[in-house]
Design a protein around this ligand. Structure first.
Ligand SMILES: Nc1ncnc2c1ncn2[C@@H]1O[C@H](COP(=O)(O)OP(=O)(O)OP(=O)(O)O)[C@@H](O)[C@H]1O
Ligand SMILES: [Mg+2]
Length: 261
């Protein structure tokens, strides 16, 4: 068995030449990427380019056709189901769709992963749920008994975030955490990603279509284009890049190598 006990300590993610096709369509064509521990890495790319596909590989929801994916020095493409289940406890995934359970109130939604994975007392459960709601800026007493349809879009995202952090993840994956939100709620979530980063010292991966927001939350940036990571660097490197793809992406111009369908 491979050793992954150090995930709490290092939390580095590494893609090595990862290929993935769906049917005839090759989406990932040799992804090489290092996600630095305790920092936020943003993945930029056009819609349909494969960003969600990349992060689904990190939680093992998808397996590559070829290539390797390491978390620390543990190759998750070789993990058994049991090892993958263990690993997932340490990875928080905020889905693109938000994905709360409609039939459960806020308390049960957040309790769900803990009941599933951990053996905790009722007191511990309550304490963890209340503190994770407070961490995402919600007042537990006001919303704990509400159902998802009684919450606004921004609150649902924050409850989703509370459910993610209640497991004390070492890695958090955010797939468009602010899509569909007004600018104020969007800003709140963006600030929260920063705060969580500092308070929980997690390794984060963020996918976002909002460039200004990404530069606020991110430390490192990777540009996905035609199935490959074509550029990678910090904000300064990215903003001063001469790459025509990056320049077009940042400017939103319709002219350039990126073809919109
Ligand atoms: N499970 C699947 N089966 C078949 N095709 C898929 C599957 N998952 C993704 N795809 C296809 O792969 C491509 C990349 O999808 P993906 O969701 O990764 O893009 P994305 O970059 O996240 O896009 P967006 O910004 O719109 O969310 C799309 O064309 C999508 O239709
Ligand atoms: Mg996506």
């Amino acid at each position: 068995m491979q050793e992954f006990g150090y995930i709490n300590k290092y939390k580095m993610i590494r893609f090595e030449n990862v290929y993935k096709s769906f049917g005839e369509r090759e989406i990932l064509k040799g992804i090489n990427l290092i996600i630095v521990p305790n920092k936020t890495t943003v993945i930029f790319g056009v819609s349909g380019g494969g960003k969600s596909t990349i992060i689904k590989h990190i939680v093992g929801l998808l397996k590559p056709d070829s290539g390797k994916i390491f978390i620390n020095n543990f190759d998750i493409t070789l993990a058994t189901d049991r090892e993958m289940r263990e690993l997932r406890k340490k990875i928080g995934f905020l889905f693109q769709s938000g994905a709360l359970f409609d039939s459960m109130n806020v308390f049960d939604n957040i309790a769900f992963p803990m009941r599933e994975h951990l053996d905790v007392s009722k007191k511990q459960l309550e304490y963890s749920i209340y503190s994770s709601l407070e961490l995402v800026g919600l007042k537990p007493d006001e919303i704990i008994n509400l159902f998802p349809h009684e919450l606004s879009g921004g609150m649902r995202k924050r409850v989703g975030l509370a459910r993610t952090i209640v497991m004390k993840p070492a890695i958090i994956l955010y797939d468009e955490p602010t899509s569909g939100l007004d600018p104020v709620s969007s800003n709140l979530i963006t600030d929260m990603i920063r705060t969580l980063q500092h308070e929980l010292r997690v390794t984060s991966v963020l996918i976002s279509h909002d460039i200004a927001e990404s530069f606020k939350s991110g430390d490192y940036f990777a540009m996905l284009f035609e199935g490959k990571i074509i550029d990678y660097g910090n904000e300064y490197f990215f903003k001063s890049s001469l790459s025509p793809v990056i320049r077009q992406f940042l400017s939103g111009s319709s002219r350039g190598p990126i073809k919109f369908r």
